[in-house]
Ligand binder design. Structure first.
Ligand code: FES
Ligand SMILES: [Fe+2]
Length: 330
């Protein structure tokens, strides 16, 4: 029986960091309940295709190679462009109708590669906003990162951010006394410890300790002002409907290329943040989802969060909807 009632949500999901995918490189990934292949063409564009070749089903990410801006299948050499169209067959006079791999929309933002997933195949209906700190000379220019595979669902992870009382029990910090939040169209914003109005985000007053925004269920950023000023980004990408690939990454305002000693000190500092994140995992991996929880007056806005999260699912859609390709021998 499925552990969660959700299926795989619609939205943008982190599949790789840009520096993991040099031109000509191919990465095979199981994500979003599908086998995917991510490649960067020689002119720099990143593309994501379903991994199995529409011809006879070879895995394009196992032995496939980039030729120009196409991906060549290892089995018979059919080549596919980033939009999935077959760009050439080495031994055929004519490309058959329907010779097409399933492609997925991709964006590259602040050193990360995101793929769009929609259960009914609809195009993106929001964007991942670029982070102004990325590319700023006062900030590091590479992401310090952590990866985990966690037996949970991104919806459960997102609920954690507005679950105030668990900060004391799991993270051993007092439940924040000043906390604000706003559920917006495709994002939710939250802030703890500050005195500034929720809508005046990111303009730099010291009393704000921590604020962040989740875009859909797959991606969040969090800015902290403490000993270091940092931006922490988390990608929560389902492997399948019950397992999530969590990639957390951080940059700090310590210059583009900090000295090795400053960088080492910052890495030590960030270890605590990683431990903070890991503290939730045993709860998430073993809890059940209570559709009708019994809540009390000190709980966070759980019902509001769930109403907001519901928009990212397509009712009655198979979460693994695949385009059906029929053999076309004509
Ligand atoms: S299976 Fe891919 S070219 Fe034949
Ligand atoms: Fe937590």
């Amino acid at each position: 029986m499925a552990r969660f009632p959700f299926g795989i949500p619609n939205g943008w999901f982190l599949v790789a960091f840009a520096d993991e995918l040099a031109p000509g490189r191919v990465i095979a990934l199981r994500r979003l309940g599908r086998e995917l292949v991510v490649f960067r063409g020689e002119s720099g564009g990143v593309h994501v295709l379903d991994a199995h070749c529409p011809h006879l089903g070879a895995h394009l990410g196992v032995g496939g190679r980039v030729v120009g801006d196409t991906l060549a299948c290892p089995f018979h050499g059919w080549r596919f462009a980033g939009d999935g169209a077959c760009a050439g067959i080495p031994y055929a006079k004519r490309i058959p109708r329907g010779a097409r791999a399933t492609s997925h929309p991709v964006v590259e933002r602040h050193g990360m590669i995101f793929v769009w997933h929609h259960a009914a195949g609809l195009p993106p209906d929001f964007e991942i906003p670029a982070l102004p700190e990325w590319g700023d000379a006062e900030w590091m220019d590479t992401w310090l990162r952590w990866d985990w595979t966690v037996r949970t669902h991104p919806q459960e992870m997102g609920e954690n951010g507005i679950d105030w009382p668990h900060f004391a029990t799991i993270h051993r910090i007092p439940a924040p006394s000043d906390r604000r939040w706003a559920f917006r169209e495709r994002s939710y914003f939250w802030q703890v410890g500050g005195t500034k109005p929720v809508d005046a985000l990111a303009s730099g007053q010291d009393e704000i300790l921590m604020f962040g925004e989740n875009w859909g269920l797959g991606y969040s950023w969090l800015k902290q002002r403490g000993h270091y000023e940092t931006v922490v980004v988390t990608g929560m990408t389902p492997v399948d409907a019950e397992t999530t690939c969590v990639r957390m990454a951080v940059i700090a305002k310590i210059g583009r290329s900090p000295s090795p000693s400053l960088r080492a000190e910052f890495e030590r500092y960030m270890k605590e943040h990683a431990a903070f994140a890991e503290a939730d995992f045993p709860i998430w991996e073993n809890k059940v989802y209570r559709e009708r929880p019994i809540l009390c007056d000190g709980d966070g806005p759980i019902a509001d969060y769930r109403r907001w999260a519901a928009q990212f699912y397509t009712p009655n859609a198979s979460t693994n909807a695949r385009s059906t390709s029929r053999p076309d021998l004509t």
